[in-house]
Design a protein around this ligand. Structure first.
Ligand code: GLC
Length: 538
């Protein structure tokens, strides 16, 4: 076992998100694929992660790069074949890595046979599988709902003279989750993959599944500013997070619980109190609703400390925490907090209480890459060009080596590679003991083997406008103390002499600090963080 401590894999281990288009291209067509992931299994194992979550790999017209699925139980030929998938699963398990698939139940592609059937006639047996509605008396759309990706959320269908609802692209019609046949169809799809041995699902936009039955208008958002997506002009009071969504989540959980040791994580962007409801009243919701509390938050020590405490405080009994600092929809850490600070962020992610999800490339400090207008591909960016919302910059090909195309592909990749790949790549970083990659490697290794750092409790110690300090304790008496300077200026923490913590620096963003003992006054330089193993006597 990778982890030395007992506990479910999804609590003790680290989840690594792979965006398959950009991870590794083995077939030489410029697009990453399953064989590429298989080829990198040794690397993933070396990194020390416990599970991979693979963004969608199913057949898709790729209007939203795989989040528009036209067949839920097959593999897109750009990514490989079902045989490749079976091999991936087998190889992953051989490397003691779990495999989490992306389940996208809220919408299909408009090319999915269900939708083709549904739109063929008003009497189609699948008509009610999607959300069809007459226009208003004046012919306008049924209500004011907006699409996440810009513009209105209703599309007129000339043939059957009704509108259909799409919370995302018009190529992504929403399924009607009020319909029990839709529910069963998706549950069967889950069973198909679970039967194969898949270890869990990350459920896409789970809080969108159920919509208001009356399709009432959403209210205007008083806090909207026009740098935001036009979606934010309204508050999605009736189009998302309806109480009945929890019945669906519970059913999904029951499907998963019929198998041993599986996991479902829900993608939920909601305020804290709402987020917590997705654990389910009896902890029968998702095992973990993704915690995005630190994803959009300004990088200020006191605010971060408060957010951590609020999250810890809001968790229901037995609700297991988790942390996400970046993903395929959001800026990369190096671009958000700076390259030096990204090391401190790594330490935060891997020493907080809760399962960390690590986005591919963060471990080598990849940054958002500027993509010129004529190379942009993400529909979110293209549909609202004046707003700078493209997600392309955080989805560029993984930088493996200083070979052409960063070793990602033998041909020009689907999205450009960061020009500085010759000095920012896995090969180079592995050889450099001071690289962020080796910091991640050591942090993950320590987290894997220390019960205090994976299953242990969390206790805030102190925070000011520069740093945060906290402690993790295991039931066996081992303790670690973390102090992270979230600024680029030196800082000092003066311990309370009556509660003095003593110990030795086990890991630091500046490896030179290793072995240092801490005293009453702890000084850190800018962008520095330490993990201190506390000695038994205080
Ligand atoms: C989720 C995915 C995002 C996708 C959207 C629509 O938010 O993370 O990438 O575009 O759902 O499926």
């Amino acid at each position: 076992m990778i982890t030395a401590t007992n506990g479910p894999w999804w609590k003790t281990g680290v989840i690594y998100q792979i965006y398959p288009r950009s991870f590794m291209d083995a077939s030489g067509d410029g697009i990453g694929d399953l064989q590429g992931i298989i080829d990198k299994m040794d690397y993933l194992r070396w990194l020390g992660i416990r599970a991979i979550w693979v963004s969608p790999i199913y057949p898709s017209p790729m209007a939203d790069f795989g989040y528009d699925i036209s067949d839920y139980i097959a593999i897109d030929e750009r990514f490989g074949t079902m045989a490749d998938f079976d091999q991936l699963l087998q190889e992953a398990h051989r490397h003691e890595l779990k495999v989490i698939l992306d389940l996208v139940p809220n919408h299909t592609s408009d090319q999915h046979p269900w939708f083709i059937e549904s739109r063929s006639s008003k009497d189609s047996p699948k008509r009610d599988w999607y959300i069809w509605h007459d226009g208003k008396a004046d012919g306008s759309q049924p209500n004011n709902w907006k699409s996440m990706f810009g513009g209105d959320a209703w599309e007129w269908d000339d043939h059957t003279e009704q509108y259909y609802y799409h919370g995302f692209l018009k190529e992504q019609p929403d399924l009607n989750w009020w319909n029990p046949d839709v529910q069963e169809a998706i549950f069967d799809i889950m069973r198909f993959w679970l039967d194969k041995g898949v270890d869990g699902f990350r459920v896409d936009v789970i809080w969108h599944l159920i919509k208001d039955r009356q399709l009432r208008d959403n209210p205007p958002n008083p806090d909207y500013n026009d740098t935001q997506s036009t979606y934010n002009q309204l508050l999605p009071a009736y189009s998302t997070d309806q109480p009945e969504v929890h019945d669906i989540v519970r059913k999904m959980r029951a499907v998963t619980d019929a198998y041993d040791n599986r996991l479902i994580i829900g993608e939920v962007y909601l305020p804290l109190q709402k987020l917590m409801t997705y654990y389910g009243e009896q902890r029968d919701g998702v095992h973990m609703p993704f915690n995005f509390q630190l994803l959009d938050q300004p990088w200020h020590a006191q605010e971060i400390a408060a957010t951590i405490d609020q999250y810890e405080g809001a968790l229901p009994a037995e609700g297991w925490p988790n942390w996400v600092l970046s993903n395929h929809d959001k800026p990369r850490l190096a671009s958000r907090v700076g390259e030096h600070q990204a090391r401190v962020a790594a330490m935060l992610l891997l020493t907080l209480r809760g399962t960390p999800t690590l986005y591919y490339g963060e471990e080598i400090g990849m940054r958002d890459v500027a993509i010129p207008a004529d190379e942009q591909q993400d529909p979110q960016g293209l549909n609202m060009p004046e707003k700078d919302l493209s997600r392309d910059p955080c989805r560029t090909p993984m930088q493996w080596s200083n070979a052409a195309q960063a070793g990602f592909s033998t041909v020009k990749p689907w999205l450009r590679v960061d020009k500085r790949y010759p000095r920012h790549n896995v090969q180079q970083a592995r050889e450099n003991p001071f690289s962020i990659l080796n910091l991640y490697h050591e942090l993950i290794a320590l987290r894997n083997k220390e019960p205090a750092l994976n299953l242990g409790t969390y206790m805030p110690v102190h925070a000011n406008d520069q740093y945060i300090a906290y402690q993790r304790d295991s039931p066996h008496g081992d303790s670690f103390f973390m102090m992270l300077n979230l600024t680029s200026r030196p800082c000092r923490y003066r311990q309370n002499p009556s509660q003095l913590r003593k110990g030795t620096v086990e890991l630091s963003t500046s490896p030179e600090l290793k072995g240092m003992t801490i005293g009453e006054q702890i000084y850190l330089s800018g962008d520095e963080g330490i993990v201190v193993r506390l000695s038994a006597e205080k």
